[in-house]
Design a protein around this ligand. Structure first.
Ligand code: FEO
Length: 187
């Protein structure tokens, strides 16, 4: 008699599971990269930028954990990523925020690729779950783009860098204002 093998019920395909695990790696690397940037800012006296990045490092860990719970709840297996190759030294505060912007754009592309695949295979549950990330990325890109713009607006000469550090503390409020104006609940 043919031996029956038990296959646990799952609502995500192995392909989507692999893509989500890749996203977990990205979020884990974001958290580690921002923690490293926060530490560098701390050592350079950019106190407000350091706080901003410590907080964002925590947020990225939260993004990673949300994915962990979703993958496992959908019958997959979320994998703790290896995080290596983290940059510890930076040429300037400007470089830090340029790297944040570059990184966030890469995360957006990655989320969009998974969303696109979900639509193609009609995985509407994961598509729906990922809408939170789509909105989050829009906000995070706005934030990071604004941070880079501040360097051009204020200039880095004299007390410029001190002023830039102060302005970084206002970025969250700026992003919330923009989000409030263009968010889905507004007419
Ligand atoms: Fe969770 Fe900023 O990517």
């Amino acid at each position: 008699m043919k031996k029956q093998t038990y296959t646990p019920a799952r609502s995500i395909t192995p392909e989507i599971e692999a893509m989500l695990n890749k996203q977990i790696v990205m979020e884990g690397k974001s958290s580690a990269a921002y923690l490293s940037m926060a530490s560098w800012c701390d050592t350079q006296g950019y106190e407000i930028s350091a706080e901003f990045l410590y907080k964002h490092s925590e947020e990225e860990r939260h993004h990673m954990l949300k994915l962990f719970r979703y993958v496992n709840a959908a019958g997959g297996h979320a994998l703790q990523p290896e995080v290596t190759g983290i940059k510890h030294e930076f040429k300037s505060l400007r470089e830090v925020f340029e790297l944040v912007l570059f990184h966030e754009i890469e995360v957006t592309k990655s989320i969009n690729t998974i969303v696109d695949q979900c639509l193609q295979i009609k995985d509407f549950a994961t598509f729906n779950f990922l809408q939170w990330y789509v909105n989050e990325q829009r906000e995070e890109e706005t934030l990071a783009r604004r941070a880079v713009e501040i360097f051009d607006i204020i200039g880095e000469e004299g007390v410029g860098l001190w002023m830039i550090d102060q302005e970084v503390g206002k970025l969250e409020a700026y992003a919330a204002r923009v989000s409030g104006k263009i968010g889905p609940d507004r007419g």
